[in-house]
Design a protein around this ligand. Structure first.
Ligand code: UDP
Length: 316
């Protein structure tokens, strides 16, 4: 096939935390990758090592504006969005627009190119869940007007739009509901629990636990998550499917684990709980196990060890 005719995989949000690992994974598998990011929360540093690779291109672009990719597309992974609570509290307009106009523009690109389309959705579509663990057929408990709604509701809208394009235009769509994910390249300033606590532990500062620390989360290492996204895209299964690690911890237990693994003597301090902070969260991954033959492989101790090493290098 002539080079000009070769088809590319577009990753929007490709300079972000998960997006950049996905770009690495795809390039390593021999794919041609067009990474699109406006770097509002992503960072070019995350893909610096890929720049200059013959099968990798970076384009600084806000996807809320339509654009021509300049290459033929085979697949589109739509990951672009601020994704940490602090990120979307600071950028609510960017968040709700990328989750609506942005998704539409990316779906239109997929439609024009007859490309397969994967939407990065989120466990936040379940809100503060009344069903535990969360299964894909649970419709959620979301505050439509709260501080998180710019994210939660645009992700819910995005799922609806994806389904309209699937039914109306026969676009080959996939929906992944991504649960808490962590690992190297998380933004130290994004306010999420992993970068906050690891940074505090490494620097010997007090560990900030919000609320009483009895709320739960389930943390998936980024390499597992990326494999899940890739399997979903290349399976016949449209989803929605949860992708995450079902091992559930209270935030307080999690803080103690980080303290232990980093050999830190930091004390724990309690701070107010953010608005609409979900009480508990744990994915039921039986669908992904059955349909994708996927499950996470990296234990929390192993993944946190790698993450602590990464942050230590950033901080010293
Ligand atoms: N959290 C905390 N200390 C921090 C940052 C977060 O205790 O310094 C808590 C937060 O209140 C939430 C959980 O950790 O219950 C996970 O928060 P994160 O912002 O990482 O993501 P979320 O799961 O809320 O989207």
């Amino acid at each position: 096939m002539a080079v000009g005719k070769a088809k590319w995989i577009l990753v929007s949000g490709g300079a972000g935390f998960i997006g950049s690992h996905l770009c690495d994974y795809l390039v390593a598998r021999g794919e041609r990758v067009l990474c699109v990011d406006n770097t509002v929360t992503g960072n070019k540093r995350n893909i610096a090592h890929l720049l200059g690779h013959p099968r990798f291109r970076f384009r600084k672009q806000d996807i809320t504006r339509p654009f021509k990719p300049g290459v033929k597309l085979r697949q589109v992974y739509n990951l672009a969005s601020p994704a940490s609570p602090v990120g979307y509290y600071k950028k609510p307009l960017e968040t709700i627009l990328v989750g609506s106009y942005g998704v539409k523009n990316m779906l239109d690109l997929a439609l024009r190119n007859r490309a397969r389309f994967l939407q990065a959705s989120t466990s936040e579509v379940y809100g503060d869940p009344k069903v535990h663990p969360q299964r894909e057929d649970y419709w959620g408990n979301v505050n439509p007007i709260g501080l998180r709604s710019c994210y939660d509701e645009s992700k819910r809208y995005a799922e609806a739009l994806v389904m309209v394009y699937r039914r109306r235009f026969k676009v080959e769509t996939r929906i992944a509901r991504i649960f808490n994910t962590y690992g190297p390249r998380m933004d130290l300033k994004d306010g999420r629990v992993v970068p906050n606590l690891v940074k505090q532990a490494v620097l010997g500062q007090p560990l900030t636990v919000y609320g009483d620390g009895r709320q739960t989360r389930s943390f998936c290492f980024v390499s597992d998550l990326v494999k899940g996204l890739h399997s979903l895209m290349n399976s016949r299964f449209p989803g929605p499917t949860n992708l995450g690690n079902p091992a559930e911890f209270t935030v307080l237990a999690f803080a103690k684990k980080i303290r232990k693994l980093s050999g830190s003597k930091s004390r724990i301090v309690f701070k107010p709980l953010p608005e609409d902070d979900p009480t508990r969260r744990k994915p039921d991954i039986s669908k992904a196990r059955r349909e994708l033959r996927w499950r996470p492989r990296v234990s929390l101790d192993e993944g946190l060890g790698l993450t602590i090493d990464y942050f230590r290098q950033q901080l010293v």
